[in-house]
Design a protein around this ligand. Structure first.
Ligand code: ES4
Ligand code: ZN
Length: 326
């Protein structure tokens, strides 16, 4: 059996996945027709052209437009179920999924609608093949903190359904400090804490996520290498970085996969994990990310085993549940 087959078959954990980023072009186009959302692309070929992103913002514009086709409980059930099926195909035995209510609420879709669809799909996947899944309540940093605080209160009715909060969307000019009160309150309410930092934003944003938001995990974090003392702190504290190789190349954080620093970060003893971010937009699910690391960066078995183990160690599962995977 060759190495690629071994990578595909290995049990995995995925920790950085935006559910709206799993909306496949085919389903997007058919839902857009049903919901009467006007798109400037009508065919799969036109989608492919539209998905040549310049940077994070040019991606986010299409990503939020895409998610606006989702309207009823069935749409949300199928979105979640399609991704959980992909987990099964990719041997992702545990996944932590970011849900972004601020994308749905402006369309008049409230918590009971999307949560019912999500929870039913997760319950079905758990009972059908033992899928493990946790949800992360992810906030949009281009919106005011007051809006996030309001959504945090709306989520109280679903407190047990979210293990953590996260912070996503356009990083530049939206520093972590903007959300200090949100993270303070969420911490008080028992949520685990993670945030995107150091994807397009400077290493100072990673430091601010650690110091001002008190996060225990960093989403992306690849720009930490620009600040040597920060790398040392991340290593010392074994702060997990949820790195997304195909995403970083498609959004030009790195010019090509051969330039990606994930294996250097691993070599330096950082707790790096591999993730797909928005697989429907960035050209691949988790196995495709691992295979790209093998083909372009010569990922070896020892490195792969470390990355796979980190994926479970860095999860928000309770310690006892983690043990079953290690
Ligand atoms: C995202 Cl790649 C990325 N970065 C920041 N926010 C996001 N939301 C969805 N994908
Ligand atoms: Zn992300």
């Amino acid at each position: 059996k060759n190495f690629e087959d071994w990578l595909k078959a290995a049990p995995k954990s995925e920790l950085h996945l935006h559910l709206d980023g799993t909306l496949e072009a085919r389903r997007l186009l058919s839902l857009a027709e049903k919901t009467h959302v006007p798109l400037s692309y009508q065919t799969l070929e036109e989608v492919e052209v539209a998905y040549q992103f310049e940077n994070l913002q040019s991606f986010l514009d299409l990503y939020y437009l895409g998610a606006s086709v989702l309207r009823d409980e069935e749409d949300f059930y199928h979105l979640m179920m399609d991704y959980l099926q992909r987990c099964r195909e990719n041997n992702i035995v545990h996944t932590e999924i970011m849900i972004e209510p601020q994308t749905y609420l402006p369309n008049g879709i409230e918590f009971p609608v999307f949560m019912a669809g999500f929870k039913r799909a997760i319950a079905d996947a758990r009972s059908q093949w033992g899928q493990s899944a946790l949800l992360i309540l992810s906030f949009l940093r281009h919106m005011p903190e007051a809006d996030a605080l309001h959504v945090l209160d709306l989520a109280e009715a679903y407190r047990d359904d979210f293990v953590a909060i996260g912070l996503a969307s356009g990083e530049r000019d939206n520093p972590p400090q903007k959300f200090t009160e949100l993270y303070r309150r969420a911490g008080e309410r028992g949520y685990r804490l993670t945030a995107h930092a150091g994807e397009e934003g400077p290493p100072a944003y990673i430091r601010a996520a650690l110091d001002d938001l008190q996060v225990e995990r960093i989403d992306h974090g690849v720009r930490c290498v620009e600040d040597e003392p920060l790398v040392e702190e991340l290593r010392e504290r074994q702060i997990p970085l949820t790195v997304c190789p195909l995403s970083n190349v498609r959004l030009h954080v790195f010019s090509e996969m051969k330039q990606h620093n994930i294996l250097q970060l691993l070599q330096r003893g950082l707790k790096v994990t591999v993730n797909s971010d928005d697989p429907a937009y960035f050209g691949g699910y988790l196995n495709d990310n691992f295979i790209a690391l093998y083909r372009e960066l010569n990922l070896n078995r020892e490195q792969a085993l470390q990355l796979l183990q980190n994926g479970f160690e860095a999860s928000f599962l309770p310690a006892e549940a983690k043990q079953n995977y290690l």
